[in-house]
Design a protein around this ligand. Structure first.
Ligand code: G4P
Ligand code: NA
Ligand code: NA
Length: 194
């Protein structure tokens, strides 16, 4: 997605050879026009897939997921990382391992919001090692809903997540794929617009 790639080039910064900082439009401050375009692009790529629901994870997945939900006209559910006071019954959970923190955390969704009739699009801001994405897939599978695919805003192609998901047979649509962050330079992979 050209507009997103331009935004990353202009406003992103390389923190290390593996971390891209995009807090001025995605992870802290949010650019609503860009999110709207991102949602529209996800909707275009998954139109005709019979999506009934979008599932994402707090916090940075929510903005692109809501915009995709608006364009696809389906509800958006976000998995929680901490247990909510009012959300205690019938939780579907998955354990997500973080390589950076070297710890596992439970993520959860109420079973009330997923059913076996749902066809789910899973959206997240970043795809790195894929552990969060796999955790979300586990939750959707536990609910016996089906997974239409993954919509990722920024995939880091040099980490394993994309390969893991595609090896599992999932459709993965990433709007920008980063090939390398070496020497402080963002190099993109050439992707086919799906
Ligand atoms: P990891 O084990 O590879 O570290 O991945 P993990 O899924 O635990 O990711 C930790 C957090 O870092 C996630 O956000 C993820 O979206 C984010 N992340 C991974 N790679 C990058 C990157 O290159 N740049 C940026 N900006 N973020 C990255 P989170 O902690 O869940 O935070 P949030 O969703 O509340 O923002
Ligand atoms: Na994040
Ligand atoms: Na995220």
């Amino acid at each position: 997605m050209e507009q997103l790639i331009e935004k990353i080039k202009n406003d992103g910064s390389v923190l290390s050879s593996s971390i891209l900082k995009v807090d001025s439009f995605l992870n802290h401050q949010i650019d609503p026009d860009l999110m709207n375009e991102i949602g529209s692009e996800f909707a275009r790529r998954f139109s005709g897939s019979g999506i009934t629901k979008i599932v994402t994870i707090e916090s940075s997945g929510i903005a692109p997921a809501v915009m995709a939900g608006l364009h696809l006209q389906v509800p958006v559910v976000f998995a929680r990382k901490r247990k909510s006071l009012t959300l205690v019954n019938d939780l579907i959970t998955a354990s997500v391992y973080s390589f950076t923190k070297q710890e596992s955390n439970e993520i959860s969704v109420s079973s009330k919001f997923l059913s076996e009739n749902d066809k789910v699009l899973i959206i997240d801001d970043f795809l790195a090692n894929g552990q969060a994405a796999l955790g979300l897939a586990e939750i959707v599978n536990k609910a016996r809903a089906s997974i239409a695919g993954f919509g990722i805003v920024i995939e880091k192609g040099f980490q394993d997540g994309g390969r893991l998901l595609r090896e599992e047979g999932y459709r993965v649509e990433s709007l920008a794929v980063i090939h390398s962050l070496k020497n402080g330079i963002v190099e993109f992979e050439i992707t086919e617009e799906g």
